[in-house]
Write a protein that binds this ligand. Structure first.
Ligand code: SF4
Length: 260
């Protein structure tokens, strides 16, 4: 995608949603970090449901450690991979107490040294809690960047490196949220909703998904075309079927039984 098109791409996403942010509920960098760790391979909605009552009681690493792994596991048992996640959250809370005086660190390296925290989680925390211009590449961002041609790459790291290079200055802080939300609600995995996409003319994905009404019409048209083609071909088969020649006529008929 050319520079002008990239600028226009983000300008339109920004126009549609001037203040994008995470859909995870949190009250401070620590609860954000915990929510992001819990959101791996789970929906933000499911994390919010489990964390709402949890975060009413727990706001800091010390409180989490005091709560303990068993009680945490019970609190988050509706979230996928809750066993591993409970273990990681207790371990990272203990590490925050031991190494960072109970505070969430502000560098990627320090964040990634915490149990259960990978590059994507670190990028989300740096961006959302501390306002850094980082580009967390989750499944939605990866798909949108590849489909549209905005920042194609074979791995999330490749896509992130491209985004680092190409996202224009005014959009760098919010780019990752625009891309996530665009992927989650418009450029969906199974059926991108191209007919209502604000960047449809800039995106190189083909074929574009038509509006629902047209999809029904076109599938009906295709079905009726298939039906009429099959009617025509059976007529043609009947017309072409060989007819018995005068010489062979009657050969297939059963012979008259011999007279006794
Ligand atoms: S036009 Fe379709 S494929 Fe392209 S970004 Fe929009 S929704 Fe996604």
């Amino acid at each position: 995608m050319k520079r002008d098109a990239i600028f226009e791409f983000f300008r339109r996403l920004a126009e549609a949603n001037p203040s994008p942010t995470t859909e995870l509920e949190y009250s401070n960098p620590y609860t954000l970090l915990v929510a992001v760790v819990l959101s791996a391979q789970a929906t933000d909605a499911s994390v919010n449901v489990a964390c709402r009552p949890l975060f009413e009681r727990i706001q800091a690493p010390q409180q989490m450690v005091e709560l303990g792994e068993d009680a945490l596991r019970e609190a988050i048992k509706t979230i996928g991979l809750f066993n591993t996640k409970a273990k990681n959250v207790i371990a990272l809370s203990q590490a925050l107490i031991d190494v960072h005086a109970g505070e969430v660190p502000r560098t990627r390296e320090e964040l990634q040294s915490l149990p259960g925290v990978g590059r994507k989680t670190a990028n989300v925390v740096l961006n959302t809690a501390f306002g850094e211009e980082t580009f967390a590449v989750d499944t939605h961002v990866f798909r949108v960047c590849n489909r549209t041609g905005l920042a194609p790459g074979k791995t999330p790291d490749e896509v992130e490196a491209k985004l680092e290079k190409i996202v224009p200055r005014p959009f760098r802080r919010d780019a990752h949220h625009w891309l996530i939300l665009h992927g989650r609600y418009v450029c969906k995995a199974r059926l991108p909703e191209c007919w209502r996409c604000p960047v449809v003319d800039l995106c190189r994905f083909k074929p574009k998904t038509p509006p629902p009404g047209e999809r029904v019409k076109s599938s009906k048209t295709k079905a009726s075309a298939v039906r009429s083609a099959s009617r025509e071909s059976s007529k043609a088969r009947i017309a072409k079927a060989p007819t018995a020649s005068p010489r062979t006529a009657g050969r297939s008929r059963s012979r008259p039984s011999r007279l006794p």
